[in-house]
Ligand binder design. Structure first.
Ligand SMILES: [Zn+2]
Length: 260
């Protein structure tokens, strides 16, 4: 089974039926079906498609496409995504944007609504430089029993703030602490994006150590969780970019990882 798809499943554990307009929804449903079939096969201890022939299952086309990517001869398909939560920060985010620009890297920023209101120009710059901007709630609220309505309002308010600043809607949300209710997906047309590699950059100032750990763990198709809210995270992120670009990886937005 494709390692990448398995990891996305793990990231999406607990995510229920997704509703989105257009072809993205169909692709996501297909990914989910593929994952579910593969997990079933794996649990039974079977090998699956050992002869490379289609079994006629709905996910086969996607698996075939993913296998072709793995064989990718010139390395251009080895994509990974860097994601940054909690910003924008008044100085660290700009330093990070400078470093990403120098290296030709596109990343994904899951911003807090209250920070967007404090630093709208930084968010405008993210958009102008081709980064993806997603919702991380207004005040970093964790979804719990009893705050469902408040949480919903935080998502809506942050979507509005992002739209005011960038002129664009965002359909992507990174729920703080990964706590999520699938009913928001249909109601607000929002797509949850979790992660497959956790840098734990927030609990270490050792940028070199964080960078080394992430570079060792990362494989094609991974979504790396970081925060643009610490000086050491900026250093670690740029060092990760340098070492993984040298290995032939390309940094793309999460949208490209999930739907291309
Ligand atoms: Zn956060």
């Amino acid at each position: 089974m494709q390692e990448r798809i398995k990891k996305i499943l793990l990231a999406a554990a607990g995510v229920g039926v997704l509703w989105m307009a257009g072809s993205q929804a169909a692709q996501w449903v297909e990914i989910r079906e593929t994952i579910q079939e593969d997990v079933t096969v794996e649990e039974q201890g079977e090998e699956g498609d050992t002869d490379g022939q289609d079994s006629g299952k709905p996910g086969d086309a996607l698996k075939r496409k993913a296998d072709e990517k793995t064989e990718d001869p010139d390395g251009t398909g080895r994509k990974i995504a860097l994601t940054f939560d909690d910003g924008p920060h008044p100085s660290f985010t700009e330093e990070l944007l400078d470093g990403l620009k120098e290296r030709g890297v596109k990343a994904s920023f899951f911003v807090l609504g209250e920070h967007v209101q404090l630093h709208p120009d930084i968010v405008k710059r993210m958009k102008e430089e081709g980064h993806l901007i997603g919702n991380h709630t207004y005040s970093h609220m964790q979804l719990k029993k009893g705050n469902w309505d408040e949480y919903r309002q935080e998502l809506i308010k942050t979507n509005e703030v992002i739209r005011e600043v960038t002129g664009q809607e965002t359909a992507y949300v990174r729920p703080p602490y990964g706590c999520w209710d699938t009913s928001f997906e249909e109601e607000l047309n929002m797509f949850p994006v979790l992660w497959t590699v956790d840098s734990r950059d927030w609990c270490s100032k050792d940028a070199a150590g964080v960078a080394q750990k992430v570079a060792e763990e990362t494989e094609e198709g991974d979504i790396i969780l970081m925060h643009d809210y610490y000086a050491s995270s900026v250093d670690a992120a740029l060092s990760i970019v340098d070492s993984l670009q040298a290995e032939g990886y390309t940094f793309v937005t999460v949208e490209e990882i999930l739907f291309d």
